[in-house]
Design a protein around this ligand. Structure first.
Ligand SMILES: Nc1ncnc2c1ncn2[C@@H]1O[C@H](COP(=O)(O)OP(=O)(O)OP(=O)(O)O)[C@@H](O)[C@H]1O
Ligand SMILES: [Mg+2]
Length: 447
């Protein structure tokens, strides 16, 4: 592969080159270097979302399936901008380009797309699509003629990797909001839908997830895996098998917690295990699963920080009647997750919109919660150090023109609470519970 042509393209491109020039001089070289030939690229690809067309769609040909002929199932979409458009993160045109690629990635003709790129020759950012979730796969990179070859290689390596699991941390600093219950039942539902799912109990001082699946904490498996650099303990993963009355069989893989991780002082933990270690050790496993869910404790210390660090996305259960759970969600999104983003420097993880879990809601209760959320949003916008618009995280259906206060809910349901006693996820035992968690899976994850 020769990079000299793309380096030259960048040098030739005027500073304020408009989009068509960026496309013909730079993007054509970029797609070529990413490994797509002329019959594998369709410009102005119709996404199926009304008349919307994305600048480029690409997919490698396979036997008898030439992309420019079949025009089906693109693998990568690219939205190009002119060099006169400021794509630095935080700028208004950047935000609108991200929104644009997200819409294309979710459009009907793009269901099987896995990657989205935005690029204007000064900036390139790669996004991954997994089901309904779109998250940055790389930071928004600044391109120069000196680093363009390196950037192209990094992007190429990412898009050629085998498909990886989506890693989800279930987190709220507030206790008792349903983190563990959500992790278990969401895993049960995803498994029932044929998705290979691994759950990790990363709350070793409570070990509720381990217990609720009828497993015994290990003496030492997870600990050694995290502390020793090489070995994967042979007893690390348990296959939890369940059978329905009608004879259906499901398997959830579980990394339960172990005694050796319990009761360790925070300083000692940090000496033994770095915050990025869980992400590192899960990485090779993520090829075997569609989803990896990590349960975390109700604090912002080593285990939660590691879980969030390891995640692509963070799922945040709250309770409408607990102002603390709503405030804590805001802190997690506005501060904690951003702290980890700054450490990781790859754009991740991202917060998913909150949901209400496990309390019956009256209209008055709902209104009280909405007033509290409205106030939280106003306060966060005016924050002196870390201003943020939390609207998409609390009210994801809002548009700039109109606030829509819909928040997804898992209602309070006795079978959900009771199931932990029988060591079988409610989503497997009870039709209503399974419908609730199917709705959760569809709301956030499945396209
Ligand atoms: N939708 C629901 N309906 C009824 N009960 C629920 C529901 N969700 C969770 N619960 C119950 O609420 C309690 C707290 O749930 P869970 O242990 O999952 O919370 P958590 O956030 O993991 O708590 P911790 O912060 O202690 O880890 C449990 O008894 C659980 O069975
Ligand atoms: Mg818990």
């Amino acid at each position: 592969m020769s990079f000299s042509s793309i380096r030259q393209a960048l040098l030739d491109l005027p500073d304020a080159a408009p989009e068509p020039m960026v496309c013909s001089v730079f993007i054509s070289e970029l797609l070529k270097l990413l490994g797509f030939n002329k019959t594998e690229i369709i410009p102005q690809f119709t996404t199926g979302n009304g008349g919307d067309a994305v600048d480029y769609a690409a997919r490698k040909n396979s036997d008898g399936d030439i992309f420019i002929n079949t025009k089906s199932n693109p693998y990568l979409l690219l939205e190009a901008k002119g060099r006169n458009i400021n794509l630095s993160p935080g700028s208004a045109p950047y935000k609108s380009a991200v929104k644009q690629i997200e819409n294309y990635l979710l459009a009907p003709n793009c269901k099987f797309v896995q990657w989205g790129l935005i690029a204007n020759a000064d900036r390139i950012q790669l996004f991954r699509k997994h089901g309904k979730i779109i998250h940055p796969a790389l930071p928004c990179l600044e391109v120069t003629s000196d680093n363009v070859d390196k950037i192209v290689s990094v992007v190429k390596q990412k898009i050629e990797e085998p498909r990886k699991a989506l890693t989800v941390a279930v987190y709220n600093n507030k206790g008792g909001v349903g983190k563990t219950t959500t992790a278990v039942n969401l895993a049960a539902m995803l498994t029932a839908l044929g998705k290979r799912t691994l759950i990790v109990d990363f709350d070793p001082n409570q070990r509720d997830l381990t217990t609720s699946l009828g497993l015994k904490p290990k003496e030492d498996a997870l600990y050694s895996w995290l502390v020793n650099k090489n070995d994967v303990p042979s007893n690390l993963i348990d296959a939890c098998k369940f059978t329905s009355k009608s004879g259906l069989a499901w398997q959830i893989d579980v990394i339960s917690s172990d005694e050796k991780l319990q009761g360790l002082e925070e300083d000692r933990l940090r000496q033994l295990i770095s915050i990025n270690r869980l992400k590192q050790v899960l990485y090779p496993h993520s090829e075997k699963y569609d989803y990896i869910l990590i349960d975390s404790p109700p604090n912002w210390r080593f285990f939660s920080q590691s879980a969030v660090y390891a995640a692509d996305v963070v799922l945040i259960p709250t309770k409408h009647n607990s102002i603390f759970s709503l405030e804590n969600a805001a802190t997690a999104i506005g501060r904690f997750i951003r702290e980890i983003q700054n450490q990781r420097k790859d754009g991740g993880p991202i917060a998913l919109p909150i949901f209400y879990n496990g309390e019956s809601i009256t209209d008055t209760g709902r209104r009280t919660a909405e007033e509290a959320i409205d106030e939280i949003i106003i306060r966060a916008k005016k924050h002196a150090v870390r201003p943020i618009d939390l609207t998409p995280y609390f009210y994801p259906k809002s548009t700039p023109a109109k606030v829509n206060r819909h928040i997804f809910e898992i209602p309070s349901y006795a079978h959900i609470a009771g199931a932990a006693f029988t060591r079988v996820p409610a989503a497997y035992k009870n039709k209503t519970a399974s419908e609730y968690y199917l709705a959760l899976a569809k709301e956030y994850f499945l396209q």
